[in-house]
Structure formats: structure tokens, C-alpha cells
Design a protein around this ligand. Sequence first.
Ligand code: MN
Length: 326
Amino acid sequence: MTVSLTEIAATIRAASRIAVTAHVRPDGDAVGSLLGLVLSLRSMGKQVTAILEDVVPANLTFLPGTETVIQPDGSVLDIDLAIALDTATHERIGEGVVKAFSAAPKLVNIDHHGTNPGYGDLAHIDTTAPAAGQIVYDLLVAGAFPIDDAVRQNLFVAISTDTGSFQFSSTNARTHRIVAEMLEAGLDTARLATLCYQSFPRRRIDLQRAMLNEMVFRAGDRIASWNLTQKLMREIQMQPGDTEGLIDTMRSIDSVVACVIFEELENGKIRASSRSKDARVNVSNVCVLFGGGGHPMAAGARLRGPIEEAAAKFLSALDDEVRRLD
Ligand SMILES: [Mn+2]
């Protein structure tokens, strides 16, 4: 059951000690929607903890407020309200954050993933929103909560990164209206776009070069995939956040309708990160087969290693999905 943003705003207004989190391995939408909400609530005088299981990746540390984000230290937070943003399942907030939230009398779940089961005491799941940041903006409007430049910077980056710079089909009229309001309020969107898309470390380009050399095609060049190994990550000293947007290069190839990056994690598991470019090809359905999920055109799953075996299994299921086009 999805509750209205007005009801969630009232719940937030009634709380004084609040903690906000988002998913593990946070991306632009996770960090941006988290800090957009946190900074607004702090300027209302609320005592707000911003907590993420994993550190904010280096490519996002330009966002105002990142220096105030903490990681769980094993303790349980003394709060009236916990909020999870952009997180499709409760476990995806991370083990440490689950524990930190364990004494919270109420958990609010705000998300845009269709596979979100609606966990928590109050859930607002809007699959028409292209980014959790867009829902947070509408929540701030619904509650008449303060929106200043720092809040706008965070929510703009959340929306921009999750829509692929307003390219993906999930981008809607509301998305552009929100950005228009931000521009009217004086937000420097060009500066933020430069920081997001024109400021890659050389290390990240080395990673991209390896991908271009090593990616493979199948299903008549309609599927592209790449295995990102621990060996390569060590060689180029990869940092969290370096892979963000990398998959879009594969998706940009004309014949490609679906693409996947298989990433070898430190624990030996394989993270499959998949994208589709055709509404008839639903990569979320494929990820669900392996216990994952997400959006129809952007989804992920974790598989057992080794990487070659995980890739073979996933790609064979993806072949079936792409065959829908025949
Ligand atoms: Mn998102």
C-alpha cells in the first residue's frame, strides 16, 4: 500500500530525531536524494543522521553535505523515525544500517523500483518517477519543507544521473518542470553537469579502455557484455564510483538492445548490472530469476562465481529475453 507524500510529510514533521539512508554501493540518486532530504530537514531544526552502509564514492564528494554522512559503527541509533530512499529491498540498506535502525519505532520507505515489496511502516513507491530524487523533491513541496541551493544541487544530481542526463524513457514532464523550477531559482546546472560527466579521473578512462578492448557481443550483436575482474580493478586501482555510467557506452552501440557488466566482488560473488534500450526487453525480469531486481530497463543481481560461469548463466537467460524481439 502506497501512502501519499502528504501523509509522509506529516509523519516527518512530527518526528524530531530522524535517520535517513539509501542503498549499499550508493550511486548519484542514492547520495543525492539522501542529502537533498537531510539538508532540508536539518534546516527545519530536526536532528538528522545521514547514514550509508558504504562511503560516498569519490566522484560524488562535491555534493554539499557529503562530509556529514556517517557509516554504521555497530551501535543502534536512538531515533523517532528512520527513512530509506531508493532502496528496493530492506536488506539493501546494508547489514550495519539495518542494525542501526533496529530500535526505530517507524520506518518510511520511499522508492521508485517496481520490485520494491513495500517494506516498512509507511511506503511510497512511485514507479513512474525516474529517480528517487524526483520523489524527494515532490515530498519537500508537499510538506512545504525548505529547499535551498544545496538541496537543489543534491536533487538535481540525483535526477540527472538516474535519467542518464534526461535521456531515458523514464524521464517525464514533471522531471523537466522540476529542473525548470531549479533553474528559475538560480541553480547552476551546467556546473553540476561538468562535475558529473566531464570530470572523470584518468583511472576511469583506463577502465573504459579495458572495457572497449574486452567486451563481447552475442545474439547478433544485440547483447554486449563485459567481465570486470578483481585483477583489472587492482591494476588500475579502481575506486568506488568509477564504474558509474560505464555501461552506457555499451548501450550506445546501435545494434545493442541489452548490455551487462559482470563485476567480480571481493567476497567472490558476481554482480550483474544490466541495461535495456528497448521497452520490450525487460532486464528486471532476468535479474529476478537470479534473486535481484530493479527497473525494466536498468536492473541488477548477484550471482555465485566464478565470473565466467555466472556470465554464461545470466547471458543465456538474457538471450531468451532478447528473443522476444524475433
Ligand atoms: Mn534510483
